[in-house]
Design a protein around this ligand. Structure first.
Ligand code: NAP
Length: 550
């Protein structure tokens, strides 16, 4: 952690020097790619620093089997370029990771972005220099760069977390966290495989490899409510139709709370006759993507009774798909209702448990005691494996910020400032951290909505602010403490309306593998995309109300 003396030394070191860049963006994922394009269009000198070996962020790292979109491919791509929309062909309604990575690489190439990206650059420390109004960015290995404006595009789920089981390093086979799945192909055929974790990632892995491996043991601590993805190929005719309707698709995304094509049914469950309600739910269960989660009656995610009724409907679906009644019951969550945690979308997930080579190990009953050189030992049994897949999640949203020492104007680190919960203005800025802008930070609209839709809004807004800064010869931008307090309170209040506030999930900052992450933190913005966008626009129209520009 930086001391005041360190900070003073930095200021002295950099005082008076011309910054290396106007803007440094940290991260070359979906956000960093678009940010580079937009800020460069303004004539700014921008460089992107990326820890990975290429662009793509989430889609560069997550190469686990089964990794694919849970949102419609054609609602996920960038909307900013008609030419890009006209030329790109999605092959599936929910594209797999290799295709999405190819798409992002195509965007990088098309807009000639690679020349301003630097890879294998792990940022360790960023220090504000008040004397010359610049940020110094320090990379692993000691290299330093300076800039006028620092922009973070760190991703929401990029700080992968592993459990701390004894013996993890001694396993003789192949083991990896899904985020760091090997880049070279892994042959699962005939292997004995363990998957630890049954979140959206584990569920995708299990559905994908169950029929390929010799043995699959799923180590489940708490089940999730999963629903069918209903993926399908996109025919050339369908792609032509989607292209013709892109304006409609993006307009639809802009009006729904989640920024997806699926928006809530405005009726209340209790107002709908039972037969009609059941028919509607059958349709939702048969519909592709998040319809079943985000297209439901609006009170299902807000009211305990409504939620319990729909959860019972889904529980019956699980019972109907899993042959062994005892296994089915283990796969039905009892500690939270449907949709209050992120709903994993699955393909053949429940049917996997009907296979002879697949077994569910309930580690809430028989916890994992240690990893052995040949497998996993629970309190009950020893298992032998060739491959262990840790699908154990992330220190979500703030984890990637915590891994960098951001040192602000008064020597305080961001980690210290956010100790209790993230404190931000609009999820964009923090008092005490001038000229630092988060393009997808905690409490911003992007962290609970269709990501590309939201980051286009956020980056466009930041680009407009940059234009304003250039036009008005501004060199220092910092939000006020009052604006930050008001926003932080607003974010906290919005949690009260949704049942998700009660669940142990990354929406509430929960992670059992990270010290001090077993309490509620207010990480996400629950007001919905339209409301967030409206607020951003109001702030801009009021001359960037809540910011001090000097
Ligand atoms: P996650 O939802 O946090 O799930 C982690 C799983 O690991 C949970 O089942 C958890 O159990 C288990 N776990 C963690 N530590 C454990 C331990 N020490 N012992 C036993 N089990 C342990 O993480 P994720 O599945 O990686 O998903 C994170 C998010 O990534 C998703 O919610 C989604 O937003 C995103 N994602 C998106 C897509 C997509 O769009 N296609 C795909 C995958 C993921 P507990 O529940 O008991 O803690």
């Amino acid at each position: 952690m930086a001391s005041t003396a360190d900070v003073t030394e930095e200021v002295l070191t950099n005082s008076g020097a011309q910054p290396d860049h106007d803007v440094i963006v940290i991260g070359a994922g979906v956000t960093g790619i678009y940010a580079l394009h937009r800020f460069r269009e303004l004539g700014l000198d921008v460089t992107v620093l990326e820890a990975g070996g290429g662009p793509g962020g989430t889609w560069y790292w997550n190469r686990y089997p089964g990794c694919r979109f849970d949102s419609e491919s054609w609602s996920y791509g960038y909307s900013f370029s008609q030419e890009l929309l006209d030329e790109w062909e999605w092959s599936e309604h929910f594209a797999a990771q290799p295709e999405t990575l190819r798409y992002l690489e195509h965007v990088v190439e098309k807009f000639d972005l690679l020349r301003d990206m630097q890879f294998d650059c792990k940022v360790e420390r960023c220090v504000w220099n008040e004397a010359d109004l610049t940020w110094t960015v320090e990379l692993e290995g000691g290299r330093r760069l300076t800039c006028r404006f620092l922009m973070t595009a760190l991703g929401l789920l990029s700080a992968a977390t592993l459990p701390s089981f004894e013996g993890m390093d001694d396993f003789d086979g192949l083991s990896f966290h899904t985020y760091y799945a090997p880049h070279e192909p892994v042959d699962y055929a005939g292997k004995r495989v363990a998957v630890i974790g049954t979140g959206a990632t584990g569920v995708q892995v299990i559905g994908e490899i169950a029929d390929r491996v010799a043995e699959l043991k799923v180590f489940q601590r708490r089940p999730n409510w999963c629903a069918p993805l209903h993926n399908a190929e996109i025919t050339p005719g369908e792609m032509a139709d989607i292209r013709a309707r892109y304006d409609e698709v993006f307009a639809r995304c802009a009006e729904t709370p989640g920024g997806f094509i699926h928006g809530p049914n405005r009726s209340k469950l209790a107002e709908i006759p039972e037969t009609e309600r059941l028919a509607f739910w059958e349709d939702l269960y048969a519909a592709p993507g998040f319809a079943v989660w985000l297209g439901n009656y609006r009170d299902v995610l807000m009211d305990e009774d409504a939620n319990a009724e729909f959860s019972a409907f889904i529980a019956d679906k699980i019972r109907g798909r899993v042959d062994d009644p005892a296994v089915a019951e283990k796969l039905i969550p009892t500690d939270h209702g449907f949709g209050v945690q992120r709903v994993p979308m699955e393909t053949g997930y429940y049917e996997a448990y009907n296979r002879d080579n697949v077994e569910l190990v309930d580690v809430s009953e028989t916890p994992i005691e240690r990893i052995t050189p040949t497998g996993i030992a629970t309190t009950d049994r020893e298992f032998e494996f060739d491959i262990i897949v840790y699908a154990t999640g992330f220190d979500a949203i703030t984890g990637s910020f915590d891994r960098i020492d951001f040192v602000g104007s008064d020597g305080l680190t961001l980690r210290e400032k956010w100790e209790e919960t993230p404190v931000t203005y609009l999820g964009v800025q923090m008092a005490g951290f001038p000229n630092l802008f988060m393009l997808a930070g905690p409490t911003a609209g992007s962290n609970s909505t269709n990501f590309p839709r939201a980051i286009e809004t956020g980056v466009d807004w930041a680009a407009d602010l940059a234009r304003h800064i250039i036009d008005n010869d501004v060199s220092r931008v910092e939000c006020t403490v009052e604006a930050e307090d008001e926003w932080t309170e607003h974010v906290r209040e919005l949690y009260a309306y949704l049942l998700l506030r009660k669940a142990k999930s990354w929406f509430t900052g929960y992670n059992s593998n990270v010290e001090d992450r077993q309490r509620t933190r207010y990480l996400i913005y629950n007001g919905g995309a339209p409301r967030y966008t409206k607020r951003l626009n109001e702030v801009a129209e009021a001359g960037y109300a809540g910011f001090t520009l000097s």
